[in-house]
Design a binder for this molecule. Structure first.
Ligand code: HEM
Length: 198
């Protein structure tokens, strides 16, 4: 029999899957079935964390962004301890590094994968998450740059400089983490399809 004929006779994947699971359940005694179930759970964990469909660049960006999110928290602690110079360096470096990552990696990806589908597909998690992430991310990055320019340079005229620094910095820190979580959700929706399989 040729390959095409074999493929045509093969049962659909869903049936194969159901048959296989039922066979395991009928075949193994209950305690052993539980062990199989646990093994399947292990597989799911492995699939979620190590077998994503993500390109290396996305994994690199993910790692960098998590490190930057934690770095901002460390920077905030420096301010609480009164080490303001180190605090300023830490937060400024992170805001600028993030600007580079957003401009080089995220905006081009957004333009190719998301923008052409707005507004038609905004209701779909794939596009909705990335759009919410991009919108709040834009506001947050601009707010971070505004703090940096106000506090660290004389570029802005006196009238435009921030006076309530604490309020601005705390708000940006919270927003940053909201954006980071939306970034994680976008990554999961885009590259970890196992989680979304029905
Ligand atoms: C504070 C600012 C931001 C943070 C902390 C942040 C964080 C993240 C994280 C953690 C990811 C997951 C890694 C990945 O999939 O590559 C991601 C992905 C993404 N972000 Fe952002 N982001 C920010 C701003 C923005 C902005 C301003 C835009 C667009 C206008 C944007 C668009 C995207 C897109 C399209 C992806 C998916 C990229 C891909 O995998 O191809 N992000 N972001």
């Amino acid at each position: 029999m040729g390959d095409a004929a074999v493929l045509a006779l093969a049962p659909p994947f869903q049936w194969q899957h159901e048959f296989c699971c039922r066979a395991k359940r009928d075949f193994y005694p209950e305690h052993e079935w539980n062990a199989v179930g646990i093994l399947r759970g292990d597989n799911l964990l492995r699939e979620v964390f190590f077998e994503t469909a993500a390109p290396r660049t996305a994994n690199l960006v993910l790692g960098l962004e998590i490190a930057m999110g934690v770095g901002l928290l460390v920077g905030a602690r420096l301010a609480r301890k009164g080490r303001f110079r180190q605090h300023a360096w830490c937060q400024s470096a992170i805001v600028l590094l993030n600007l580079a990552v957003v401009v080089v990696m995220m905006i081009p990806s957004f333009r190719v994968h998301v923008l052409p589908r707005i507004p038609a597909k905004l209701g779909k998690a794939y596009y909705g998450l990335a759009t919410t992430h991009g919108a709040v991310g834009t506001v947050t990055e601009l707010a971070g740059l505004y703090i940096l320019l106000s506090a660290g340079t004389n570029v802005l005229p006196e009238k435009l400089r921030i006076t309530r620094y604490k309020m601005w910095m705390r708000t940006v820190l919270v927003l940053w983490w909201v954006v980071l979580l939306f970034g994680l959700a976008t990554y999961t929706r885009w590259y970890v399809p196992h989680l979304f399989r029905k």
